[in-house]
Design a protein around this ligand. Structure first.
Ligand SMILES: O=C(O)c1ccccc1N[C@@H]1O[C@H](COP(=O)(O)O)[C@@H](O)[C@H]1O
Length: 221
């Protein structure tokens, strides 16, 4: 029997992407509202895709340091289940977004080394979920979605936060089972690792990723 790992497939742009993620068994699908990203989607296109997301699959809007005007526009047009804040939003801004939109908020926290770990506790107080990702290097083109992993052993003894968390950053069908074993993650998120070319999802890779993540042979270390 497959395990109960929850998978988020991020950066969907077409109906075929949604179909591939949902039929593979994803729990969450993510739409990226960030013009610099190759996965950016217009509000209009996301609204059209969202209506075809099957019940039981949560629709997540990913934004980067979005102001209220952008969030107003997204949330009034797209039926959503969660907001993912993937920029340098402060804990105060996370609380403000939660209160203003009444949606659960997932805050991304970037990890490069042990000095980044206290931020996880800081955001755990205000966010509904945490997304623990690789911290982008200064010259990275994007604040996320760069296909970079971090040292998973940093999480080895620190996996019991007070809110649910998602492991992200450089995950692929080939390494996700190992990542789950190393970290004890019960939720994983992927974007570039299920793309054939940058910004274009591959249904076969999505299926392989979900299958590998949910593989029954993933005992925790
Ligand atoms: O995917 C993007 O283009 C993106 C842009 C800006 C911020 C975050 C983005 N993606 C998120 O980053 C993580 C890690 O991505 P990857 O799997 O390493 O490519 C991903 O899970 C998205 O939630």
């Amino acid at each position: 029997m497959p395990n109960d790992i929850r998978v988020k497939i991020c950066g969907l742009r077409t109906a075929a992407d949604v179909d591939a993620a949902a039929s593979a068994g994803a729990t969450y699908v993510g739409f990226v509202f960030f013009p610099k990203s190759p996965r950016n989607i217009s509000i209009e296109d996301a609204a059209a895709l969202a209506v075809d997301v099957p019940l039981g699959v949560a629709k997540v809007a990913l934004v980067v340091n979005a102001d209220d005007a952008l969030l107003d526009a997204i949330t009034s047009a797209v039926p959503l289940d969660m907001l993912q804040l993937h920029g340098s939003e402060t804990p105060e801004r996370v609380a403000e977004v939660k209160a203003r939109y009444g949606l659960p908020v997932m805050k991304a926290v970037g990890i490069a080394d042990a000095s980044d770990l206290p931020a996880i506790d800081t955001y755990a107080v205000v966010a509904d979920q945490l997304l623990i990702d690789a911290k982008p290097p200064k010259d990275a083109p994007l604040p996320g979605g760069n296909g970079l992993a971090f040292d998973w052993t940093l999480l080895a003894d620190r996996k019991y936060w007070t809110v649910p968390w998602v492991l992200a950053g450089g995950l692929t069908p080939d390494n996700v089972a190992e990542a789950v074993r190393r970290t004890g993650a019960t939720q994983v998120d992927v974007s570039s690792g299920v793309e054939g070319t940058v910004g274009v999802k591959d249904a076969g890779l999505i299926q392989a990723f979900v299958r590998a993540a949910k593989s029954p042979s993933v005992p925790k270390l």
